[in-house]
Design a protein around this ligand. Sequence first.
Ligand SMILES: [Zn+2]
Length: 117
Amino acid sequence: MSQQDPFTDFQRLATEADQLARDLTAFRQELNRVLEQNAELIIENKHLRGRLDQLSEQNEQSDKPEMLPSRRNLEKLYDAGYHICNMMYGARRENNEPCAFCTNIIYGNGDRTSRQA
Ligand SMILES: [Zn+2]
């Protein structure tokens, strides 16, 4: 390779090393910034998730008394003697036999208490 004198090589290496040190410092600062931001986001996310759980709990509670129109239609079909479950959709329920799949779709969450109301 080049036959430069050792001093020039040294100068070049020293300059590169300085630059590397500066890059490293900048990189470390950036890394710290990202880590800080990440920690903040984790905390914020936790708070938001908690708030979301609260809201969906409230929603579930206020939804329970009334039935969605789509479910009411399914209930009508079921009461008329037809399956509305995926397995048997549209088939007649022999002798009005109850179907757990159907009732689960209509009343969901195992809540069948409001059925005869
Ligand atoms: Zn069914």
